[in-house]
Write a protein that binds this ligand. Structure first.
Ligand SMILES: [Zn+2]
Length: 81
């Protein structure tokens, strides 16, 4: 089965959907982290059957979440594999 929402970041430029900036890559490897969102809209939505996907650079992500009334949940990763 095809993994529809896994993006191979080596193959093509990754741009932040908000500011349009192309994210830094060296030798095909992404040199900064990026927020990636995929949403499959369902039956109770006017977007039923649509799959939305976008990237946000860290700066745009910070700007987005700073506008939230309720802060996002942040958990610390205890173990890094
Ligand atoms: Zn951005």
């Amino acid at each position: 089965m095809k993994k529809g929402n896994i993006i191979n970041k080596r193959d093509y430029p990754v741009c932040c959907n908000s500011c349009g900036r192309e994210l830094k890559k060296e030798n095909g490897i992404l040199m900064e982290d990026v927020f990636e969102a995929t949403k499959e809209w369902g039956y109770f939505s006017s977007r039923d059957t649509q799959v939305h996907h976008f990237f946000l650079c860290e700066e745009c992500y910070d700007r987005l979440i700073s506008g939230f009334r309720i802060p996002i949940e942040v958990k610390k990763k205890v173990e890094v594999l």
